[in-house]
Design a protein around this ligand. Structure first.
Ligand code: CMP
Length: 139
């Protein structure tokens, strides 16, 4: 298995509910290396650019409004097989369908307020990491 990097976000719903420490402790327990981390309130335009792949979906407006309401925690995680590994720890997008023990099952409130985001493939990870971080932050 290859060492990979993925973009992870602790979304505004989770930050607002005081879940940042709980989610970071799960990241540490899973032995990810946090390459870089910052808190950030996205502008509506930044949220729209980040989720551009979903722009035709009915939830796009609500999603990008929600993602720009207040601060999120944005980070780059590194591990063997990091993309799939972080998605396994998050669980399915819809908390109601997520496996027991996952972040979204245990902490998520709804398909929209699902606490965390993770890149879904190597090409999206490259786009999403570059969206928030520049080269000198990634060494
Ligand atoms: P995320 O993994 O960040 O990717 C897209 C986000 O859109 C998703 O998590 C949810 O927060 C949000 N979303 C809202 N409604 C839906 C839906 N019906 N299907 C998928 N994603 C949704």
């Amino acid at each position: 298995m290859a060492i990979e990097r993925t973009l992870a976000i602790i979304k505004p719903d989770a930050v607002g509910r005081g879940l940042t420490g709980e989610i970071l402790s799960r990241i540490h327990a899973a032995k990810f290396h946090i390459i870089v981390i910052k808190t950030r309130r996205l502008t509506k335009k930044e949220a729209e650019g980040f989720y551009a792949v979903h722009r035709e979906r009915p939830f796009f407006e609500e999603l990008t409004a929600f993602m720009s309401t207040s601060k999120a925690v944005v980070m780059v995680l590194e591990a063997e097989n990091a993309i799939a590994k972080w998605r396994d720890i998050m669980g399915a997008t819809d908390p109601a369908k997520a496996a027991p023990g996952t972040i979204r099952k245990e902490l998520g409130a709804s398909i929209q307020y699902n606490c965390t985001h993770g890149s879904d493939a190597a090409d999206t990870a490259a786009f999403e990491i570059g969206y928030f971080f520049s080269g000198s932050e990634l060494v």
